[in-house]
Design a protein around this ligand. Structure first.
Ligand SMILES: Cc1ncc(COP(=O)(O)O)c(C=O)c1O
Ligand SMILES: N[C@@H](CCCC[NH3+])C(=O)O
Length: 424
């Protein structure tokens, strides 16, 4: 009998005793493309996007997918076909969106360190809004816009100083975080922007953190930005949109994040203005449970009372467990009854003690078993590196019974070819 699979993995079903991506056996994909391998479900990505989009009903809105969660061109293309907007944090992400057929007029640009060239390219492409994170940045945007003879659409990112109750590394809306400006500074920046011939204030922006599992911090943040909108109106500054950022959490283990529809309803009610365009920037909630990382057990090893399953994916492929002590489910793709049942530490090949994917997992394992690290569609491949001169994994997209390679595994020329050409 196949193990039961929770609802969130509905597009990674058990069939004939083995785990699939939609209708394609994961074991077949591993044979075909090798491991480690990222596998995404196109149906899952599209469904999650639609759930956000449809939840808004008649409220004007733009769902700007946060590209940093998973920036594969084919992922972006699928979402662009759905009509998504995009939240970017670099010119590289902008170029990806454009290459994937994304609409620049639905792109918002976040990030604390936008360079001159990045601002210039965003203005040239005609994006919807540059989300400004400091007074110095606003001045730079004005300068670049003036030099190019254009008017830059800007929103100020407000740091509402609310506790998002998430891991400290991914909380962004507290006053000790580097993001955004406080509410008093924001008022001043809007007044400067409104008076500048090359700046046009179009929206108000905030983002309080990632992997949020409660609605209260969102409500608190909206209340604070709504108060600021009122103040701005008194200064005759009327804004067209309210960008409430991303951050809706997903279930990795036993978290109980709000449903997408409840989250959106909460925002719409808190804004309470049927004419205001609401922008959201979800990344994880669209992509995380639309992907898995496949890895093969190279060796089993027993030290004292520790059992190690040494696999071919490491922290360079998936850094979340090492960086945030994040827990992601690890499932044998073709479970069997023979093998050693133990509490396994699933560790990678990288020369760091922090190189683990999971610890103390009760599993029955043999060498060469194939494992799926679940919920790996967001902040998996995009945070991968070449540490230990390891090539980054290939990525595959599955839709129904079809699978296609959407990024080949890095080969040695890709890894150091251009660098070798610099040798004397
Ligand atoms: C400005 C901004 N928008 C959107 C996101 C996406 O967050 P999440 O993937 O949690 O939805 C982030 C990441 O935290 C962010 O910094
Ligand atoms: N990379 C983080 C989320 C960062 C959100 C970006 N602001 C994670 O994997 O949980």
């Amino acid at each position: 009998m196949s193990p039961s699979i929770p609802d969130r993995f509905i597009h990674f079903p058990w069939r004939d005793g083995e785990l699939h991506a939609e209708s394609v056996p994961l074991a077949w994909l591993a044979e075909e493309y090798g491991t480690p391998l990222y596998v995404y479900s196109e149906t899952a990505l599209r469904e999650r996007y639609r759930a956000f989009d449809q939840a808004f009903g008649s409220q004007p809105h733009t769902v700007c997918y946060a590209v940093k969660a998973n920036s594969n061109l084919s992922v972006l293309q699928a979402l662009a076909q759905e009509g998504a907007g995009f939240d970017i944090v670099s010119v590289g992400e902008l170029e990806r969106v454009l290459a994937a057929g994304g609409d620049p007029s639905r792109v918002v640009f976040s990030g604390v360190a936008k360079r001159h060239d990045e601002i210039a390219r965003a203005l040239e492409a005609g994006i919807k809004s540059l989300n400004v994170e400091s007074a110095a940045e606003l001045a730079r945007i004005a300068e670049v816009a003036q030099a190019h003879g254009v008017v830059a659409p800007v929103s100020v990112r407000v740091n509402p100083d609310v506790d998002a109750k998430t891991h400290p590394y991914i909380s962004t809306g507290l006053k000790e975080n580097k993001f955004g400006v406080d509410i008093a500074t924001a008022t001043q920046l809007y007044r400067e922007a409104a008076a500048h011939p090359h700046l046009q204030p179009v929206g108000l922006d905030c983002h309080i953190g990632s992997q949020l599992t409660e609605l209260t911090p969102f409500r608190d943040a909206v209340a604070r930005v709504m108060a600021l909108l009122d103040t701005l109106r008194q200064h005759d500054i009327t804004l067209h949109h309210l960008d409430l950022g991303g951050g809706l959490g997903v279930q990795y283990r036993d978290e109980q994040p709000p449903a997408i529809a409840d989250y959106v309803r909460t925002l719409v009610e808190a804004v309470s203005d049927p004419n205001m365009e609401i922008i959201i920037e979800p990344g994880r909630a669209i992509a995380a449970n639309a992907g898995v990382l496949l890895t093969r057990v190279e060796y089993l090893k027993h030290n004292e009372d520790h059992h190690f399953a040494i696999v071919d994916a490491g922290m360079n492929d998936l850094i979340r467990p090492a960086l945030y002590q994040a827990w992601q489910d690890i499932v044998p793709v073709q479970p069997h009854k023979t093998g050693t049942t133990a509490a396994w530490d699933i560790v990678g090949p990288v020369c760091e003690t922090g190189d683990f994917l999971g610890k103390g997992r009760e599993l029955t394992l043999q060498a060469q078993d194939l494992l799926a690290v679940m919920s790996a569609g967001a902040y998996g491949f995009t945070m991968a590196s070449n540490y230990n001169t390891r090539p980054r994994a290939a990525e595959v997209m599955v839709k129904g019974e079809h699978a296609r390679l959407i990024r080949p595994r890095e080969d040695w020329p890709m890894l150091f070819g251009s660098e070798a050409a610099c040798l004397r």
